[in-house]
Ligand binder design. Structure first.
Ligand SMILES: *Cc1c(COP(=O)(O)O)cnc(C)c1O
Length: 333
């Protein structure tokens, strides 16, 4: 794969660090490391920043003046997209879905929502189960009518162009591990709109590194999530000029840690947040990386990673913690 063939705007802080987690690893009896994609540098960072380098590259190439995107109310993707728009002097139209049904003032106004506003967006809130793609098309029509040139970024930045960012992350991780003499047996990541895992799968396959990737689902059931990741990984390999290189067995997701639903936290998520914070001084988020760590902890306790060196991809999102203030504070004893 040759990523320089694709237009790219450069703003991420790369490479992100690859660090040991000795105290958390000892608590779980796993040789545990973390890839710090919470440190990608754009207005708090997170995994959407890598995708946005390629998405912005294409948007600027096409002469767009307005980005349009969508997400759940506490979307980290939306925050990073609004920040990228600000950085390139573009307008940004944002649609937020009240997906979790939470009416808490901190959920609707603090955390990522406050940052969206600080970064210049005026989000439009819509009800759960709104057709978000139709809503973005409608907004794009209005932008065109007003003489603008819109560029639609799908939820999570998850299309083949965005996934290029994680094909690159796979390459970056393998280069780092080789330089450090670190043999990686498994990479664990949260998986939602699928672009992160799909890009990683494509990158691992096309570089020949073949490090197994375990996605921990945050929303969809296993069959649906694996289908979404596989489809997007295949499309990403196609875009890279390497069709037919992705095998179905390369895509594994464990979706048994979703709990009550997307964006809904439970005691095991809070335990994962506190254990990680108190053993390593590392902040996870309530919706994605905290849920992925809930899964990693449970699987480690079952002995699933015995004898393995495991890298946890920290996809960011700690800014969303403040949207969950009223739920988290009483639990922090
Ligand atoms: C979006 C997001 C994810 C999930 O990544 P996808 O590419 O949507 O699967 C994981 N962690 C955080 C913090 C996110 O914001």
């Amino acid at each position: 794969m040759h990523l320089a063939r694709f237009p790219r705007a450069r703003f991420a802080h790369l490479p992100t660090p690859l660090e040991p987690l000795p105290r958390l690893g000892a608590a779980l009896s796993v040789d545990l490391w973390v890839k710090r994609d919470d440190c990608t540098g754009l207005a708090g960072g997170g995994n959407k920043t890598r995708k946005l380098e390629f998405l912005l590259g294409e948007a600027l190439d096409q002469g767009a003046d307005t980005l349009i995107t969508q997400g759940a109310v506490q979307s980290n993707h939306v925050r990073q997209t609004v920040a990228a728009a600000a950085r390139f002097g573009l307008r940004c139209e944002v649609i937020l879905e009240e997906r979790t049904g939470s009416k808490a003032a901190d959920y609707l106004g603090s955390g990522n929502v406050l940052l969206d506003r600080l970064l210049g967006a005026s989000p439009r809130f819509v009800a759960a189960d709104t057709d978000m793609n139709a809503a973005m098309e409608e907004t794009a029509g209005a932008v065109r009518q007003a003489g603008g040139t819109p560029y639609i970024i799908p939820g999570g930045g998850s299309n083949p162009v965005g996934a290029l960012g994680y094909a690159d992350c796979a390459r970056e991780l393998v280069v780092q591990a080789d330089a450090q003499g670190l043999r990686i047996d498994r990479l664990v990541t949260a998986t939602g709109s699928a672009g992160t895992q799909a890009g990683l799968v494509a990158g691992m396959a096309l570089t020949g590194a073949d490090i197994p990737i375990l996605g921990i689902g945050v929303r969809a059931p296993k069959a649906k999530q694996e289908e979404n990741v596989f489809k997007l990984a295949c499309q990403t390999a196609d875009l890279l000029g390497q069709p037919g290189r992705i095998e179905r067995e390369m895509v594994v997701a464990d979706c048994s840690f979703v709990g009550a639903g997307y964006g809904l936290i439970d005691q095991a998520v809070i335990d994962a947040l506190t254990l990680t914070a108190r053993t390593e001084g590392l902040l996870l988020d309530p919706v994605y990386s905290g849920k992925a760590m809930k899964g990693l902890i449970a699987l480690a306790k079952q002995g699933q990673f015995r004898g393995e060196t495991v890298v946890f991809l920290h996809t960011g999102g700690a800014q969303g913690l403040f949207g969950y203030h009223s739920e988290l504070e009483p639990a922090l004893v």
